[in-house]
Design a protein around this ligand. Sequence first.
Ligand code: C2E
Ligand code: MG
Ligand code: MG
Length: 861
Amino acid sequence: MALGFLAAALLVIGTNAVTFRTSARATQRVHQVQAQHEPLARVAQNLADTLADFDRAVLDHLERGGRVTESLVDDSAARLTHAAAAYADLVDGRAQYLDPGVLDVLLADYQRTARELVQLVERRHEAVRRYWRLFDKLDSELDARRDAAEATGDHVLSRRSIAELSAALDRIQDRLGSYILFAGPQAATEVTEGERAFRVALARHALEFEAVEGKAWFADLSRTFEGMIAERRAIVSLNALLGSGTRKFLESGAAIALRIRNELSEPARRALAASAEDASDTALAARESVATISVAGLVILLLISFATVISVTVPVRRLTRATLHIASGGARHAVNRGGIRELDGLAGAFNHMVAQLIAAERTVRGYQLQLEARVEERTRQLQHLAHHDPLTDLPNRRQLFLYLESLLRTAVDRSERVGLLFLDLDNFKTVNDSLGHEFGDKVLQAVGDRLRCAVSGRGFSARLGGDEFTIVCEGAQGVEDVEAIASATIAEFQQAVMVAGREITIGVSIGASVFPDHAEDAEALLRAADAALFRAKDLGRNRYSIFSRELLDLAAARFQTEQALRRAIEADEFELLYQPQVCFESGQVSAVEALLRWRRAGEAPLSPTEFLHVAEQSGLIAEISAWVLQKAAARAAQWYHNGWPDIRVAVNVSAKQLLDGALVEDLRHLLEKYSIPASCIEVELTENVLQTAPGTVEVLERLRDLGASVALDDFGTGYSSLTSLEQLPLDRIKIDRSLVMSVDTNARSAAIVRSIVGLSRSLGLKVTAEGVERVEQLAFLLGFRGIDVQGFLVASPLNADAVAGFVRGIGARLEDLLLETPEAAFDPNSTGSMVVRHLKAAAAGGDGQGTPSGSRRRRTG
Ligand code: C2E
Ligand code: MG
Ligand code: MG
């Protein structure tokens, strides 16, 4: 296409060049011809003009005669000669023109003829003059004779003759002018008749005249008359010569003029005409060539345009069709190549795209098939999942309800009972928190397996979520059957299971409900079992409980407690009491334990055991724990900065609080805030927290690094083995009240406590005995060295403001207690035994020795 446009452009340029050259050549030719022939044409015209002038001057002269006309003839002759010379100069041997030599000869002849005519005219003029002189002489002679005759009256005859002669002469005179000039036949006849008449009269009267006038006169008269005739004849012959000369002159003038016209003017005119024609031809040719080339250019342009249109529209249409075809989802076909290079390239790219599309489609189809297979598989899995718990693969809540509903329908028909057991794993949250969720999941799977085995063939088990499971007991005859199954299940769970190579016993609490005794439908039946479960947990772990109407009231109360708890912090309903731990040997308060109370308007203060489980279940525990830690630290700071540098406040920490990671940082922050040493705080953890994972140990170590001490609370109720004490970074063991309770009555308890104390000692741990209520218990405990005592016997949990007073009176209080303590219970060798003996002796009035402390003195002082 570019070549086509180039060709068209070249054509246009070529057209212009050719046209320009042609017209330039034509112009040059015209100029040439004009330069050559135009002067000749001008000279020819001049020659013809001067020839005509000369002709006119000569004829004029012939007609009029005289010097003036003769000089005009001379002038015109000179001009003619000059024009001829100019012609000779210009013609310069051009063959088509009259030969200047020939022209000179012709003009010389012509001019000679003219000169001869001029001379003839002159001669005639002379002859005429002479004629008229003779005529006048004759006429005057006759007039004179007549006048003389009349005067004398003589010669009558003669007078008449003279009159006769005069009449003849007049007759001659009348005609002579025209005769002399024109010598017409009529005039000639009349003249000659007049002459004849004169001659006749002369002859007739010759004698008379000779007689009268004399012979001499008559002879003279006759000679004059004859001379006149001779002149007349000369004039006539001159006229004849003039006539013939004039004809010749006119003929040669006409011939020359003709030749000038034919051989000079005509060739020049023809040449000019030819050049004009040539120029017009050239212009025409140029126009034609322009027209031809324009047409050719137009054709080429049309062809190019057509080719362009074809080479653009056809491929574009092909591409458009193919694109629309593909866009409408049709089969992918390559388009034909062709068209201008860019469109051809585009078609190539399009085909490449189509190939890629086909490949991509194939791949997508493959993926789609895979995907469909996967979707099918997933749909199956989802359908399974929709009805099963993914972790344990037990039926889920939905499946439970479907099953239960259909079972209840058939049970109605058969008048059967259906029992529903609602199971909740004891302390599973702690397991999860301390051993990690992965481990917790494995425990749940183990529980699932156990339930599957347990109900195999005789019931249906499902997981509701978290650590909650259900067992449906079919075909039960009465509530007792359901109770038996619940009891058997609890027994089953007493067996340890292996989880991740670890033997673990996980207890279960069960709430049970029976259809139709407790509820009419599946939903209500589950609600009833849930309420019973709560009751079972309340009663202590590893228990089952059968639903009763009152449980619903309890559940409602629990709900209310939770709602009230949510508002408790803002309502400032919480309070911390502080229960002292004392050392009888040093007579000092070794620590105070912060114990939470919830005081609601118009109600008795609530112990944490009454609401902490609700707080834990509702998640409020975190907020409460933070409040407790902050208040305890603030109070410790108050005591520390007011003269109690050894103060140690023991704070109970929940498992969640320990493991959520913020405890150490929170504590550090509080220590900084209140500018107290970490030794002011002791963290108390319940024993089951320590069935734990590495996370617990790490937190304990960080606490220790911080400088806070850690006590293991309620020791002796949980599941940790004594050997685990060795692995944990602890400072203190607090022996649980349930053990202390019977140390004085139960040898087994006493033995356990003894071994705990011994073990703790050997591990370098301090010991606190909790729940000491009686002096007998104290007596037993004083049998050990350096044991701290906490319990109502020493002090109930005190209001913070009362603590200072208690500390001040501690010596007297301890002495009073020691005095009350039965000595018999003491090991006679123990420190306590010695102290008591001294005190008793002193009280009895003796001085005693070695009073253990200055308490008495302080009391009396
Ligand atoms: P604990 O840490 O073992 O605290 C000792 C509990 O025994 C206290 O009960 C205390 O009042 C009670 N007690 C002390 N001496 C005697 C006694 O001689 N006889 C009897 N029968 N009871 C005695 P309290 O205050 O009701 O606390 C119960 C439990 O609640 C605590 O047991 C502790 O585990 C928990 N607790 C208390 N305060 C908090 C707290 O602020 N945070 C957390 N997480 N738990 C707390
Ligand atoms: Mg405690
Ligand atoms: Mg305790």
